[in-house]
Design a protein around this ligand. Structure first.
Ligand SMILES: Cc1cc2nc3c(=O)[nH]c(=O)nc-3n(C[C@H](O)[C@H](O)[C@H](O)COP(=O)(O)OP(=O)(O)OC[C@H]3O[C@@H](n4cnc5c(N)ncnc54)[C@H](O)[C@@H]3O)c2cc1C
Length: 306
């Protein structure tokens, strides 16, 4: 992970000047504020700011339910009730802002989550750093034979080395050309105009790192984490989501526990799945053919219930 000297100075200043506040404070996330956690080879994630805590979710829910909340006497029970019944707006009362440094191909997946506010480093205005994601050998895997969107067995020996060499050579050559195009001096020392930054960047590969501030509310963050911390998510985005899960667990422990139980660790059943489970509980041996499910559905069903 590499922070620029300016970013490090900003963090040092923020950490050395605590301020008293009348706002709700979550002790768990205070410990994470302004700490940069390394992700992948040069990436990072850190919490810039947050608003709300478990109590803010409960407070919002009690506004909407009023006297009705008497039935649920404690905060944990109410939060679990809200999560279980997809009553999502109380979770939107909490917000969080991250600074993320990530490879561009990961950013393309991440940016698809539209319910966030994003401000990205400008490669029109600034020159990108010579930092490229090169996978660790244990991530260099072949195309999966069962999942078109996944990886299978690890590459071995010479093949793994060849792939690493190609990735490093291409990154080095592309960045050398980027610098050569930007430069106002040619290789032989004679002057040239230098290509605009907004154009020179177009030959950079998708494993170069970019950075952004990313702000979202807890409801939409849970949606993001549900998809991206899932075991089927691509490793390179999953490691960011897993780091965020640790932070969110400390920020809103009750809400995170409910999320972990009902969403992250829970499973969705189709009507056909419910019928198969009922038939099995009644002692019937159900097969894929007699289940009414496709082969893919059956494989996924058996993965959870088999
Ligand atoms: C395993 C996996 C594989 C994927 N593969 C592909 C792929 O091959 N190609 C591809 O293009 N994408 C792919 N995606 C991206 C995926 O289709 C979603 O774009 C991404 O997960 C963001 O989800 P979202 O739209 O629910 O999130 P958000 O954009 O955060 O939206 C949250 C929710 O808000 C609502 N919403 C937001 N904006 C709108 C809108 N404009 N109109 C209506 N409702 C809205 C929807 O209910 C949405 O679910 C993949 C994602 C995953 C997890």
């Amino acid at each position: 992970m590499s922070l620029t000297p300016d970013q490090q100075a900003e963090i040092d200043e923020a950490r050395s000047t605590p301020r008293p506040t009348l706002r709700a404070v979550s002790p768990g996330i205070e410990a994470h504020l302004h700490s940069a956690y390394p992700v992948l080879d040069h990436g990072l994630i850190r919490v810039i700011d947050y608003m709300g805590d478990d109590a803010a979710i409960v407070q919002a829910a009690r506004v909407s339910y009023g006297r009705g909340t008497r039935a649920v006497s404690n905060d944990e029970g109410l939060i679990r009730y809200l999560m279980r019944h997809w009553h999502s707006t109380p979770f939107e009362m909490c917000e969080i802002k991250f600074h993320v440094k990530l490879p561009v191909f990961v950013a393309r997946q991440w940016i698809r989550h539209r319910t966030a506010n994003v401000n990205e480093y400008s490669a029109r205005y600034s020159i990108l750093d010579r930092e490229f994601y090169i996978p660790a050998p244990e991530q260099l895997a072949a195309q999966s034979t069962v999942n078109n969107q996944g990886r299978g067995a690890l590459l071995e020996g010479d093949e793994a080395q060849r792939v690493l060499d190609i990735l490093k050579d291409d990154a080095t050559r592309a960045y050398d050309h980027y610098e050569a195009m930007l430069s106002q001096t040619q290789a032989d020392g004679s002057p040239q105009q230098g290509l605009a930054r907004e154009l020179a960047r177009m030959n950079l590969p998708a494993n170069i790192y970019t950075q952004w501030y990313w702000k979202t509310d807890l409801h939409n963050l849970f949606h993001f984490l549900r998809l991206r911390a899932d075991a089927h998510a691509q490793y390179e985005i999953r490691v960011y989501a897993e780091t965020m899960c640790q932070i969110v667990r400390d920020w809103v422990p009750l809400a995170y526990a409910a999320f972990e139980d009902y969403r992250l660790g829970g499973a969705v059943l189709s009507a056909k799945g419910v019928a198969v489970l009922r038939r099995r509980l009644a002692g019937e041996a159900v097969t894929q053919e007699s289940s009414g499910m496709s082969k893919g559905e059956w494989r996924e069903f058996e993965g959870v219930w088999g």
